[in-house]
Design a protein around this ligand. Structure first.
Ligand code: ZN
Ligand code: ZN
Length: 248
């Protein structure tokens, strides 16, 4: 299949051969986004303006901290705090401590304070989440473009392990937008079969994994089941967990 710069992340996701190529795309995208923000990006004014506005979510600030670029993270949080402080200073200086009367419709006529909405906004937004969402939407669009234009992608999907439940459902929904009626019909037929086969395959692997805890099967081989639990977690919960020893 002829690769273009924009098809590489999609093909790479499928090449990983995991329980969900889209989860694998997201995993790489997340790692790249954390590296990006802690690379030269955080010194760029336009990006700092963005990060000052959005901040970071709990998960991503932890990942940034774990990257051990403490100076980069500190600089970003420093200008972010400047913005928060100047907002709070001006809001609190003009704060009215009188409780607002409700209007006829039960809503506050004019809210006393912009503080909760401002803080809710910055504590619920994240530069990295936003970046991931933007890129991921492009990956989905590219995947469907490939589906329409490059026949090889069908074989790649047929030979894949299917998708996690969340992304299987996403494909059903998004396919309707991106594909023609005939393409969509054909697409659904293929992904339904792939998904059913692979959910059953995984169920068998998980069953063998459970059997292996029974002394009767102690000396039997693991077959493909040694990591069946962590793969089931990816398939069902779209999550990646570290492998634990098979000691119960
Ligand atoms: Zn997934
Ligand atoms: Zn985030």
């Amino acid at each position: 299949m002829k690769e273009h710069i924009y098809t590489i992340p999609v093909t790479d996701g499928f090449n990983k051969g995991g329980e969900c190529p889209f989860c694998d795309m997201l995993k790489t995208l997340e790692k790249d986004s954390v590296d990006y923000i802690l690379g030269p990006a955080y010194m760029t004014d336009t990006i700092r303006l963005e990060t000052d506005k959005t901040g970071f979510c709990e998960k991503h600030i932890k990942q940034m901290y774990d990257k051990q670029n403490r100076l980069g993270t500190a600089l970003m949080l420093s200008t972010h705090l400047d913005k928060i402080n100047s907002f709070l200073d001006s809001e609190i200086a003009s704060y009215s401590f009188v409780k607002q009367k409700k209007t006829f419709f039960g809503k506050n006529k004019e809210t006393n304070s912009n503080i909760p909405s401002y803080l809710n906004n910055i504590t619920n937004s994240c530069y990295i989440c936003n970046r991931i969402d933007t890129y991921f939407e492009r990956y989905i669009e590219t995947f469907f473009y490939m589906w329409s234009k490059t026949p090889e992608i069908k074989d790649i999907v047929i030979n894949s392990k299917g998708f996690c439940l969340k992304h299987f459902s996403m494909l059903i929904e998004k396919g309707e937008t991106y594909l023609s009626e005939n393409e969509y019909k054909n697409f659904l037929k293929i992904i339904f079969t792939v998904q059913q086969e692979n959910l059953k395959r995984l169920k068998e692997e998980l069953e063998w994994f459970i059997n292996k805890f029974d002394y009767k099967y102690k000396d039997e081989p693991w077959k493909t089941s040694e990591d069946a639990l962590i793969r089931s977690i990816t398939k069902i919960n779209s999550a990646y967990v570290e492998e634990k020893n098979n000691d119960g």
